[in-house]
Design a protein around this ligand. Structure first.
Ligand code: ZN
Length: 87
């Protein structure tokens, strides 16, 4: 009975130690990343909080027939005769 409980206790301690060191390691990695971000000379990424969104902006092209701007990729037909886009 006692031996079983001791094993359980040791196992619990081992799990706690693993979790503890895991969090410590994670904190160190995060601190390292923060230091890298702070160390960067170009700080423009912070001034534009939607920097990630601007990376996904699509190019717009003007339709030769109707003059409306449509995304260069996946452009759809505006419904007017002679529209170069299909869809
Ligand atoms: Zn068009």
């Amino acid at each position: 009975m006692f031996g079983f409980s001791l094993t359980k206790l040791l196992f619990t301690v081992a799990v706690i130690m693993i979790v503890w060191y895991g969090f410590k390691w994670l904190g160190r990695v995060q601190a390292q990343r923060n230091a890298e971000v702070k160390g960067k000379p170009a700080d423009s990424g912070r001034k534009t909080p939607r920097g990630a969104a601007t990376a996904q902006v699509e190019d717009m092209v003007e339709c030769a027939t109707c003059g409306s701007f449509v995304p260069a990729r996946g452009a759809t037909n505006c419904g007017q005769a002679g529209c170069p886009y299909i869809g």
